[in-house]
Design a protein around this ligand. Structure first.
Ligand code: SF4
Ligand code: SF4
Length: 473
């Protein structure tokens, strides 16, 4: 079944060399049919959650978030699944994401009507609004519990779809939403770096001799299918953090079939490690706080200890909800403490580099440990929420299930996997990733290596200590 004509120079395993997979990716329906199915799923989730959860007590909402099919699927399965998928297969979620479809629809409509559209400024192009969108999402999670109240989750999904459509209508930049506004963009870009499963050219020499360069040609840009890269990338010069969303249009349009996807060799262009972009580094700095809050939240006594600061702050202003102080703590104050420690260690070990360089390098060194800790929390969430899935399928609104669980006429579903086992498994993964990180840091950071090791050491030690508590919870 493997096309032996192919010469997988940059790949150990090229999945597109398997004819059935290549045929699938080459079909007119790929990926648009998958995106349309995902869009239908999102619309069903909105319909299912609309109006549900209002008027319930806080204690009821804590159960309803797991019995309602929308909140269970979005926050208990999809979000953790996306983190795992990014670490295993890069930005594979983007292949089927319905937001790209909505953005494309807005873009096509605006082009047809021909109204004037804005260009991306430097700030948007650099991805800073992606970081802001992530922070806004986390503040809303802590402050108004959009992840717990089904109706609020429905509103969030509508806002995302509307935002993607509006971005296509308002900006000339192709894939404006994916590049400049998607709240998951930073996470997907940073976590998607570490997997060897990547898209790149199979043989760089074929591209060097290619006269037509169909993958970047202007005349292929606005076709329905077999387009030149819609993200305006150069597929023959891929690099980490370039924003590739794995749409496979370059694989469709390349006349030599020179695009590969699979296990890329460490020497492949896309796997050459380099420092994070500034906006990605900012994402890591904030995400470290959020992930710490999540990982620690699995152990009650540790959670109370960790949240002593927001608890004390709330005593000063009891009229303000605890969630707002919680967000202030884990998104601002705690990261400030963590990164001040990393910056001091980095400064002491690296001499007189600028704070910006130190933080960029420290965040690059820290990112793999943050990613593993995020995966650990995701696994814990799926393990504790997954048992609710059959109940949520049988009663998608989840209100009747909530009533039966409250009346104790229905037993609480058991966890799929215990926290101690997950704790050990994630600690082993953290150690393995830490071992690999040493090479990644050496490759990525050059003169800033010591600062990168500081970020690596501080976060790895912190998350290892937090995970070490899980087996004894
Ligand atoms: S990927 Fe294909 S179309 Fe693009 S430069 Fe290489 S050979 Fe040419
Ligand atoms: S390089 Fe461009 S065309 Fe190719 S998969 Fe990535 S985003 Fe799509």
């Amino acid at each position: 079944m493997i096309d032996r004509m192919a010469s997988p120079h940059q790949f150990r395993l090229d999945l597109l060399a398997y004819r059935p997979l290549r045929a699938l990716v080459s079909s007119l329906a790929f990926p648009i049919a998958l995106q349309a199915m995902a869009l239908a799923g999102v619309l069903l989730f909105i319909w299912n959650a609309w109006g549900v959860g209002q008027g319930h007590s806080g204690a009821e909402i804590m159960t309803l978030r797991k019995t309602n099919l929308t909140t269970l699927s979005v926050w208990g399965l999809w979000w953790p699944g996306m983190i795992a998928l990014a670490l295993a297969l890069g930005r594979a979620w983007c292949t089927v994401c319905p937001m790209e479809l909505a953005n494309r629809a807005g873009d096509a409509l605006a082009r047809r009507v021909g109204w004037p559209r804005a260009r991306f400024g430097r700030w948007l192009r650099a991805g800073w609004l992606v970081v802001v969108a992530y922070l806004v999402l986390q503040v809303l999670v802590a402050g108004v519990s959009i992840h717990r109240v089904p109706h609020f989750t429905a509103v969030m999904l509508i806002a995302l779809l509307a935002g993607a459509l509006a971005a296509g209508l308002a900006f000339r930049e192709p894939r404006a939403f994916c590049k400049g506004l998607c709240p998951a963009g930073g996470l997907l870009s940073v976590y998607g770096r570490y997997t060897p499963a990547q898209l790149d050219v199979r043989d760089p020499e074929v591209c060097a001799g290619c006269k037509t360069r169909d993958c970047v040609a202007q005349e292929n840009r606005n076709r329905f299918d077999k387009r030149s890269c819609p993200s305006l990338l150069r597929p023959y010069a891929r690099a980490q953090s370039d924003g590739c969303v794995l749409c496979f249009q370059c694989a469709k349009v390349c006349p030599y079939g020179n695009i590969a996807f699979g296990l890329a060799r460490p020497t492949a262009g896309v796997r050459r490690h380099r420092l994070l972009e500034p906006s990605e580094a900012a994402f890591v700095l904030f995400a470290a706080g959020f992930v710490a809050h999540e990982v620690i939240g699995e152990v009650k006594w540790l959670d109370e200890f960790f949240h002593a600061v927001p608890t004390a702050l709330q005593r000063l202003a009891p009229a303000v909800g605890f969630g707002w102080f919680e967000a202030l703590w884990f998104l601002v104050l705690f990261p400030l403490v963590l990164w001040s420690v990393a910056a001091v260690v980095a400064r002491a070990s690296s001499g007189r580099q600028s704070v910006r360089t130190l933080l960029l390098a420290a965040a690059t060194g820290a990112a793999p440990a943050v990613a593993v800790a995020h995966l650990a929390k995701s696994a814990a969430k799926v393990a504790s929420w997954g048992g609710f899935l059959p109940l949520a399928v049988a009663d998608p609104a989840g209100v009747e299930t909530l009533r039966q669980l409250s009346a104790k006429t229905l037993a609480q579903p058991a966890r799929w996997v215990g926290l101690p086992l997950l704790g050990w498994a994630m600690l082993i993964l953290l150690v393995l990733v830490a071992w690999r990180s040493v090479r990644w840091i050496r490759e990525a950071s050059g003169e800033s290596a010591r600062a990168a090791y500081s970020g690596f050491a501080v976060t790895t030690a912190f998350f290892a200590a937090a995970l070490l508590v899980w087996p004894w919870a």
